[in-house]
Design a protein around this ligand. Structure first.
Ligand SMILES: C[S@@+](CC[C@H](N)C(=O)[O-])C[C@H]1O[C@@H](n2cnc3c(N)ncnc32)[C@H](O)[C@@H]1O
Length: 274
């Protein structure tokens, strides 16, 4: 059987494959839409983003897995805070950078008044959904490039799940610099990367280059065939641990690195602003 990488080299066949995937996706979206509509008729339904907004951040249309993985990710954040001796609710001002459709932040609705949570994202539809449905938090829409609408030294905890996993190196540097600006001195940051575990799942033809450069940015579908409907610059990035220690330490102290610390899949990087 022909694999995806070989298929890419046969352009007409690859285009047909992408069109096929697009049509199957539209069909599944319609089916999930009907199921969502049925759920909303129940008086006990909880606010869950519609299927296309789940897909955009989750890569899957399924509602139950959206909720379950969101709960796991929130627990990962709590555990990572605990690993440096902090309860997440002991922070005063927390930012979910790249909050998407609230998959993670929704699990912090019981935060005390002393802990204010904010979410920000580049995607107007996701932010608008969060704004309407998750009133415990303050959401904002940000541009593709800095600045964020926050003062210098605002947050004592910033977490970003699966955001730096989608940006090229130039974007990463801009956003690391911006997060450094809005983090308070001593703030904790928790970012994630497609590290060794994710690299090992790539075809072996990529491995030499990643090991050499420590970083790889893989461009998949673009334009109309991009199912998540996020901008074309949003693709998939892979980092080695060595690269992160070498590069991110220009902005923060790297105080912890937990392989597969995020849903047993991505690596979690703990940073401190000095
Ligand atoms: C894979 S999704 C994860 C969303 C959320 N963190 C979660 O775990 O459910 C990545 C999110 O990052 C957002 N994003 C990408 N670049 C961003 C940027 N520069 N600023 C804010 N959000 C960004 C995307 O719009 C998308 O919602």
């Amino acid at each position: 059987m022909i694999d995806r990488e070989s298929l890419k080299s046969i352009k007409p066949l690859y285009a047909a494959y992408l069109i096929y995937k697009y049509l199957v996706f539209q069909f599944k979206l319609a089916v999930e839409g009907i199921s969502d509509w049925k759920d909303r008729q129940s008086p006990s339904h909880i606010a869950v983003p519609p299927a296309k907004l789940r897909y955009r951040v989750h890569g899957d249309l399924d509602k139950q897995s959206f909720l379950r993985i969101g709960t796991n990710l929130a627990q990962n954040i709590r555990d990572l805070c605990a690993s440096v001796g902090r309860d997440i609710y002991s922070f005063e001002c927390v930012l979910d950078f790249g909050c998407g459709s609230g998959r993670v932040i929704r699990n912090f609705q019981d935060a005390p008044a002393s802990c204010q949570l904010y979410g920000t994202d580049i995607d107007a539809e996701l932010v608008s959904w969060c704004d309407k449905n998750l009133p415990a938090f303050r959401f904002s829409l940000n541009g593709y490039q800095p600045p964020l609408p926050f003062e210098d030294n605002t947050f004592d905890l910033i977490y970003a799940i699966s955001v730096f996993t989608h940006l090229d190196e130039q974007f990463q540097h801009s956003w690391l610099r911006e997060l450094q600006r809005i983090a308070r001195p001593g703030a904790l940051l928790i970012l994630t990367a497609n590290g060794e575990n994710c690299i090992s799942m790539l075809p072996s033809s990529y491995h030499g280059q990643i090991r050499k450069d420590g970083f790889m940015f893989i461009i998949g579908a673009t334009g109309k065939l991009k199912l998540d409907k996020l901008p074309d610059f949003y693709q998939t990035a892979y980092h080695t641990k060595e690269y992160i220690y070498r590069t991110w330490s220009a902005y923060f102290d790297v105080v912890g690195y937990v392989e597969r610390g995020i849903n047993n899949h991505q690596d979690a990087i703990l940073l401190r602003k000095s």
